[in-house]
Design a protein around this ligand. Structure first.
Ligand code: SF4
Length: 357
C-alpha cells in the first residue's frame, strides 16, 4: 500500500566543491572553444557526462587519445606526477581540476616521503586518488578494510595518511592500532571535511525519517559509508544509482516520511528526481498528485550555495540549443546552464548564492 506522504533531502548534499570545480573547469574550457577532454570521466554520473558531451567535452581513458594541442582537464582526485609530465611533454594544454584539499594532501605526503617515514595509506586500492598518491609515495603500504591491517609491519618511524573520502572512524581506529607498531608515529588527518559533514547530515536525516534512499556510485566508498551509517541509526535504507532503479513501491513498506541523501559525485538535482520518483510510485494519492511540487520543496529546503552543482553563470546559448535537442537531463538544465538554475538555491538565500558565484 502506498503510504509515503513526504520526502526530505539531506542538507549540504550535491557535488562537493572539488568535483564542482573540476566539472566547471571542463565546461569553461569547452565554452571557450577549446577541444576539451577529461582524463577519465570527471564524475561517474550519466546526466553530468551527457551534459558535458553536449558541450563538446570528450572523456579519454589515456593521454594517447588526446589530439596534440587539445586541452585536458585533470579530475578532482588528481593524477600522478608522471601523468602530469607526460601531458606537458605531449604539448597538451593541461587544466588542473585537482581539488585544493587533494593538492594539500599530496604535498603532505611528499613531505613524509622526504622525511623518510614508512608510510601507511588508508584508501581503496585503484581509486584514482590513491593511484595519484602512490605516484608520489610508491612504497606506501595501502590498506583498506580492517582485515588488511594485520599486514602492516612494525617499523621505527611510521606515518599514517588517508584518502580524503575514508570514514573518520576508520581512520581513528587505524591510528589507534598503529600506535603499537611504531616507536615514532606521525598521523596526518586528510579526511575531507565535506565527507564528514555529509555523514553528519545523513545521520541527522536518517534519525528523522522512516526510510532512507542513498544515491551514488555502486562502488563509491563514501556512498557505501552513508548507507552503513543509516543502518547504524536503525533506519531501513536502500542504495541506488539512479531514480530509475526504484521500481518496487513495496520496499518502502509503511514508511510515511522518506529521506534522500547522496555521495559527493551526485548532483543535488538527481536527489530531487529520486524524491519525485519515490512520491510518484509509493506516495499516497495526495502525495502522488503533488510529487513534483513536494520534491521541489524538499530540494529548496536542502539546497545551500555549497550544494550547488555549478558555480558558472548561466550560458543561455548552450542550454537553449541542448535543451531543444533533448540532450540534457534535468540536472544539467537546472544546474546553471539554463534559466532554471535558481531552482537549486533556496528562495531564502539568493544573496548568499549570488555572493558565492
Ligand atoms: S571529497 Fe573533498 S577532497 Fe575529495 S574532491 Fe571532494 S572536496 Fe575534494
Amino acid at each position: 500500500m502506498s503510504m509515503v506522504q513526504d520526502v526530505r533531502i539531506a542538507k549540504r548534499t550535491g557535488f562537493c566543491y572539488g568535483v564542482r570545480e573540476a566539472v566547471d573547469k571542463a565546461k569553461e574550457a569547452a565554452d571557450a572553444g577549446k577541444l576539451t577532454h577529461t582524463l577519465g570521466q570527471v564524475v561517474h554520473n550519466e546526466g553530468v557526462v551527457a551534459g558535458l558531451n553536449a558541450r563538446g567535452v570528450v572523456s579519454i581513458a589515456s593521454l594517447e587519445e588526446a589530439e596534440g594541442g587539445s586541452t585536458v582537464v585533470i579530475r578532482a582526485h588528481g593524477v600522478t606526477p608522471a601523468v602530469r609530465e607526460s601531458a606537458a611533454a605531449r604539448g597538451l594544454d593541461v587544466i588542473d581540476g585537482t581539488c585544493s584539499w587533494v593538492i594539500a594532501e599530496q604535498k603532505q605526503l611528499q613531505r613524509l616521503v622526504e622525511d623518510g617515514y614508512t608510510i601507511v595509506l588508508l584508501g581503496t586500492p585503484n581509486h584514482p586518488e590513491v593511484v595519484g598518491l602512490l605516484g608520489i609515495a610508491p612504497d606506501a603500504i595501502v590498506v583498506d578494510e580492517e582485515e588488511d591491517w594485520d599486514s602492516i609491519p612494525r617499523r621505527k618511524r611510521m606515518a599514517l595518511i588517508t584518502q580524503s573520502t575514508q570514514p573518520p572512524w576508520k581512520f581513528e581506529r587505524l591510528a589507534a592500532r598503529m600506535v603499537h607498531l611504531a616507536h615514532e608515529l606521525k598521523i596526518v588527518n586528510t579526511v575531507c571535511p565535506v565527507t564528514i559533514r555529509r555523514q553528519e547530515d545523513t545521520v541527522e536525516t536518517a534519525r528523522e525519517v522512516d526510510f532512507m534512499v542513498v544515491v551514488g556510485g555502486r562502488s563509491s566508498a563514501n556512498t557505501k559509508e552513508l548507507t552503513r551509517l543509516c543502518e547504524i541509526v536503525g533506519t531501513p535504507v536502500m542504495q541506488i544509482e539512479h531514480a530509475r532503479d526504484l521500481v518496487d513501491p513495496a520496499v518502502f513498506g509503511e514508511a510515511r516520511l522518506v529521506g534522500v541523501t547522496g555521495g559527493t559525485s551526485t548532483p543535488i538535482e538527481d536527489l530531487e528526481l529520486v524524491a519525485e520518483r519515490i512520491l510518484d510510485m509509493a506516495g499516497t494519492p495526495g502525495a502522488q498528485a503533488r510529487a513534483r511540487e513536494l520534491a521541489f520543496e524538499a530540494l529548496n529546503a536542502a539546497a545551500t550555495p555549497a550544494g550547488r552543482t555549478t558555480s558558472l553563470p548561466v550560458n543561455p546559448r548552450i542550454s537553449a540549443q541542448a535543451a531543444h535537442e533533448g540532450r540534457l537531463g534535468r540536472s544539467e538544465r537546472d544546474a546553471g546552464s539554463g534559466p532554471a538554475a535558481a531552482a537549486t538555491v533556496p528562495a531564502s538565500a539568493p544573496a548568499a548564492a549570488r555572493a558565492a558565484r
